[in-house]
Design a protein around this ligand. Sequence first.
Ligand code: 5GP
Length: 180
Amino acid sequence: MKKEVTVHDKTFELYISAEKIQERVDEIGKAISAEFKGRNPLFVSILNGSFVFTADIMRACDLECEVSFVKLSSYEGTQTTGKIKTLIGLDNNIAGREVIILEDIVDTGNTLTHFLEILDTYDPKSVTLVSLLTKPEVLKDRVKVDQIGFEIPNKFVIGYGLDYDGLARNLKDIYQLKEG
Ligand code: 5GP
C-alpha cells in the first residue's frame, strides 16, 4: 500500500489501512447478524460513496437480507455545499420493513437528516443507521448513528468508495488530505 497518493491537485496520506477497515467491517457484520437474524432487514445503501462498504458489509453478514440503492448527494469538491439534491431509488416496498441505512461517511448530517425525513414517509418498521466514518466535531448530536466504523477528525478523506471530484473511489485504503 502507498503511504501517499496525489489526486488532481492534492496530496493525501495513508490514514486507515484496508486491513483495519476489514476488521471493523467484520465486527459490524457480526453485530448486525446477531441483532437482525430471522428479521430479513433491508439494507439501503446511499450512493455513490457507500457501494464498497455495502458490498463488504453484506458479505460480512450471516443472515437473510436484501439491498436497495438510493442516490442523494450534497457534496462538491472538498467543501460541503449544504445543497441537497434529489433522491433516486427507494423502489422496494419499505412499509413495515426493518431498514438498515449504510453510509460511507456522515459529516454535517444534512444528507442523512434529509434522507430520514423522506424515508419516514414510506413507513418503515424500524430504521438503523450504520456509517463507516463519522466526524463528531462537525456532526455533534444532530443525528444518532447506531453503528460507527471509525470516528475521525474534521479532515477530508478519500478511498474505499470515497472520492475527490470523481477520483480515488477504487483505493483499498483510506487516505486523509495532507495539510500544507
Ligand atoms: P453531510 O451531509 O453529512 O455533510 O455529508 C455527507 C456526504 O458528504 C457523504 O455521504 C460524502 O459523500 C460527502 N463527504 C463528507 N465528508 C467527506 C470526506 O471527508 N470525503 C469525501 N470524499 N466525501 C465526504
